[in-house]
Design a protein around this ligand. Sequence first.
Ligand SMILES: Nc1ncnc2c1ncn2[C@@H]1O[C@H](COP(=O)(O)OP(=O)(O)O)[C@@H](O)[C@H]1O
Ligand SMILES: [Mg+2]
Length: 300
Amino acid sequence: MATSSNAPAPVRDEIDFSPTEHNDPASEKQAGAIHAGLEPIVRYRDIGISFGENEVLKGINLDIAPGEKVAVIGPSGSGKTTLARILMTLEQPTRGTIEVDGEHLWHKEMKGQLVPADEKHLHRVRKKIGMVFQHFNLFPHMTILRNVTEAPIRVLGVPKKEAVTQAVEMLEKVGLADKADCYPSQLSGGQKQRVAIARALVMQPQVMLFDEVTSALDPELVGEVLNVIKDIAAEGRMAMLLITHEMDFARDVADRVIFTDGGLIVEQGPPSQIFENPQSERLQAFLSRFRSNGFGGAYG
Ligand SMILES: Nc1ncnc2c1ncn2[C@@H]1O[C@H](COP(=O)(O)OP(=O)(O)O)[C@@H](O)[C@H]1O
Ligand SMILES: [Mg+2]
């Protein structure tokens, strides 16, 4: 695949194989899938990552149920992007495990032992995950249509005619079917980001990650992108991890909101609880900074 944003991370060999907290009832409880009874589509267990001396994630336990919409809020530098990049296999965790759809992502099971996964395994399991980034990374020399058909044709082996039909359908969904023959330079930032969303959707992932997809946009373009995401969320099929600074959007779309700080999940719960009755001082302080700046703005 040609996108730099989807380039596989180099597989490092310093995984810590110390026992994870997989069966620890405390971590199961912290992970807290609210769609009770459903097997999680994603299961983070004791995920930690360090960059040199900098311990960025310090033991994340998180279950995401099929179709569940999880918003992630928290201060800059708290590890939100890293959490998503590990699931996208763009960063390798230093410890812990992730399961996607019941299967280990970073590991393979061999004779009852977990061993580091090879590139082929990573590639196969990663196909279930899609990601939209802050910067849209469209291919500038390709039309909008080709931007959307490229990965299905090359990665999934979809026949060209079928890929075009699917791409047009997705472009309709994000309101850009009339731009199919344009080049990215002819589009506004909001339109480019909607193409990036169509490009991720056409791969039919079971989980979509959105990492502050509106934070590089002019304020007047934020609403159109958030509304497209909201429509997709309402279809209900895909699980979503929505990293966002748009609190009104998080409250509106998410089934559950997670507040990260200092590499840990400090607090989580339904939007009503997180926004109206925050428990921890750190979340209270974080939200009051937002409120004093005006809560959301362009969305609605
Ligand atoms: N590839 C990397 N190499 C070194 N440091 C990194 C890397 N990725 C993230 N970091 C560091 O990890 C911390 C958390 O970053 P990030 O996950 O981007 O936080 P957030 O998205 O919450 O702002 C920051 O201190 C950042 O500098
Ligand atoms: Mg970030």
